[in-house]
Design a protein around this ligand. Structure first.
Ligand code: UT7
Length: 339
């Protein structure tokens, strides 16, 4: 059990306005991997649909890495916002599957896009995009950045055990990007919370490959190199984090649940979203879902949802978008964002 009661207050709620999103982009690899394609792992296609809502996911081809997908998503965001790469003065990239352990994947993206700016990775797993977004927003809101590029990109198929039916089928590869620029005082995060509970790191982690448990080439069969998850425990926690942090953020912003126009929640499992939004009293048509097509794309999940929603012309200026990312850490980030 956590030493302190998670979500019972104590995690600071903050306001961060004066920032707007002026462009979005996303990239999904072409290769579609259906539930049926994964039956050789002992995975049951119908079990996946019923327990997660996932029907298929995308896998990056050999040779395509996290930075490649990030660059593709970023190019689209630059184009849709009419931004010249020269205007970007900050790049923040969220990922749990970097190109390499050192240096930051963001530096490769910076080079590929020809940017002249600071480039950093943010490591907050499936909450990564919300952490990266708030980081970028801080720079813009304080006038330290005029145009910031924020990306969430993950090549999950490379960090999962391809023989493990309980994790491999759940995740997919993909990237999403947004361009931030100064906005009006009404735009941006009317309220947000970023939180973490490191007492539960064991529930979702890749134990080997860092300085605690170094990678041992001799132990070639050591599966601890791959992501491991206590799915049930994370599920229960995730439902609570969506419910409680959304309530907290909305209350701090002076908003009712019914005033949120769109719910862009991390796409880990359809049941997490269904349980949480039912408890909150949210109508289903306001909840964006793409896990059936892409599975869990970790840091890519929320910006992909943002891009698809913006491209469909669904989000209008002035609307309220509730974003909530959650995952390993355990870390979460929830924002009530006025478009
Ligand atoms: O993005 C980061 C945050 N992650 C999450 O939020 C994920 C949270 N957790 C979940 O979404 C769910 O807990 C899972 C999808 C991971 C698992 O669903 P569950 O309903 O909690 O199933 P379970 O882990 O309790 O497993 C039930 C059974 C097990 O068999 P036994 O032990 O009861 O015989 C599993 O081995 O389902 C089995 N199972 C499968 N069966 C067929 C697990 N994966 C599969 C599969 N096909 N692919």
């Amino acid at each position: 059990m956590s030493r302190r009661a998670v979500f019972a207050g104590g995690w600071p709620l903050r306001k961060l306005t004066g920032v707007q999103m002026v462009g979005t982009g996303s990239f999904l690899p072409e290769q579609v991997v259906t539930n049926e394609d994964l039956q050789s792992l002992g995975s049951d296609p119908q079990w996946l649909v019923k327990r997660t809502g996932i029907r298929e996911r995308r896998h990056a081809p050999a040779g395509m890495a996290t930075s490649d997908m990030a660059v593709a998503a970023a190019r689209q965001a630059l184009a849709t916002s009419g931004t010249d790469p020269e205007e970007i003065d900050l790049l923040v990239l969220a990922t749990l599957s970097p190109d390499q352990l050192m240096p930051a994947t963001a530096t490769t993206v910076q080079d590929q896009l020809g940017l002249q700016c600071a480039a950093m990775d943010v490591s907050a797993a499936c909450a990564g995009f919300t952490y990266a977004l708030v980081t970028g927003m801080q720079f813009v809101a304080t006038g330290c950045s005029r145009r910031a590029l924020v990306i969430g990109s993950d090549t999950n198929s490379r960090v999962l055990d391809p023989t493990d039916r309980s994790t491999f089928p759940l995740f997919g590869d993909g990237a999403g990007a947004v361009i931030l620029a100064p906005g009006s005082r009404e735009q941006g995060a009317l309220s947000y919370v970023l939180g973490s509970d490191g007492s539960k790191t064991d529930l979702l982690c890749r134990p080997t490959g860092g300085s605690r448990r170094v990678f041992d080439p001799a132990a070639a069969n050591d599966r601890s190199w791959f992501m491991q998850m206590d799915g049930r425990a994370v599920f229960k926690w995730a439902v609570r984090v969506v419910e409680d942090s959304s309530r907290e953020v909305l209350q701090a912003a002076g908003l009712e649940v019914g005033q949120v126009d769109w719910w862009l929640l991390h796409q880990a499992n359809e049941r997490i979203l269904d349980v949480a939004v039912e408890t909150l009293g949210v109508s289903q048509e306001k909840v964006i879902k793409h896990m059936a097509r892409y599975g869990n794309t970790s840091a890519g999940s929320i910006p992909i949802a943002l891009d698809e929603t913006v491209r469909a012309g669904m989000i209008e200026r002035g609307q309220i978008v509730l974003m909530c990312g959650f995952g390993a850490g355990l870390a979460w980030g929830t924002l009530a964002f006025r478009w």
